[in-house]
Ligand binder design. Sequence first.
Ligand SMILES: Nc1ncnc2c1ncn2[C@@H]1O[C@H](COP(=O)(O)OP(=O)(O)OP(=O)(O)O)[C@@H](O)[C@H]1O
Ligand SMILES: [Mg+2]
Length: 324
Amino acid sequence: MLAPADKKLAVSGLKAYYMTEAGPVKAVDGVDLELAPNESLGIVGESACGKSSLGAALMRSLQAPGKIVEGSVVLAGQDVSKLSNSEFNRQVRWKKIAMVFQGAMNALDPVYTVESQLRELLKEHGFEGDLHDKIAKSLEQVDLDPSVASRYPHELSGGMKQRVVIAMALLLEPDLLIADEPTTALDVLVQSQIIKLLKKLQEEKGITVILISHDLGLVSQLASKIAIMYGGQLIEVGSTQDIYKNPKHPYTQALIAAVPRLRSDSKKIHFIPGSPPNLLNAPEGCRFYDRCPYAMDVCKKTPPEFKTETGYVRCWLYDPKGKE
Ligand SMILES: Nc1ncnc2c1ncn2[C@@H]1O[C@H](COP(=O)(O)OP(=O)(O)OP(=O)(O)O)[C@@H](O)[C@H]1O
Ligand SMILES: [Mg+2]
């Protein structure tokens, strides 16, 4: 266990719900997470499990009718969940935590050049004067030629657009960067270039990266730690090595079995029968209960949390009492 001030990030009991007319959609429902300064995190899970909502909750940028219901977020020893919205805005958002939102590269304004979009952002944050150099540096940081500044989004390739939105997120020099599906819709080669860029930012600039993806294989190229998300909760957290070599939760095991192996002769395709829980009416106990091949009666209750060497797993299989 790290002392609070030694942690880069400590999230506990975080809940973020969308207050819809049909009731609360429990997209983030009790998330606990710790990151040391030298760690990088991958958040992996299937569509609609709450990955983007978790990222947005950390950034306090949930879309309406999303709301943080409870929990704390401690950033390098500072409990930022205690800040008012305006304090959070002034002190934390973009300056300490930044996020490349899912699909952001397709949301670049088509009528403005890259330079004017970056300039606008800087002005919003109080930067004045000749911003040309700052903009050129920010493009160089993501391995783009500064001449890209004078181009319009439609003149850029997908990979270049993704680099531009990463440069935008880094403009105020945050030390934590959340990248939500930054490689979706890019071809495999460009995907690996973006991962390399994130790795470089991490190693050379000391930026802690949280990479959100549905692709476990991709995430493991970057992250030292992996959190597996299912139905609004993290059901297993551990070192990347542990998650791969010794996956504990039946859902993690199924995900690992589904990762294609280059040198494998196996033609068998693994998939998990059933569908994820409805977050409007999530089951009381383990959310994987309906799909779990090892489901026991006890699993219908609150899922437990067991510490492992590098993280934790929320599964009764690891409690001797659960098997009684
Ligand atoms: N603005 C919103 N209003 C109501 N419900 C929402 C809203 N945004 C997301 N949700 C719901 O919250 C749950 C989690 O969504 P979220 O986008 O966080 O999932 P995700 O894991 O990022 O999915 P994907 O992999 O498809 O990006 C889903 O059930 C989704 O329908
Ligand atoms: Mg998402």
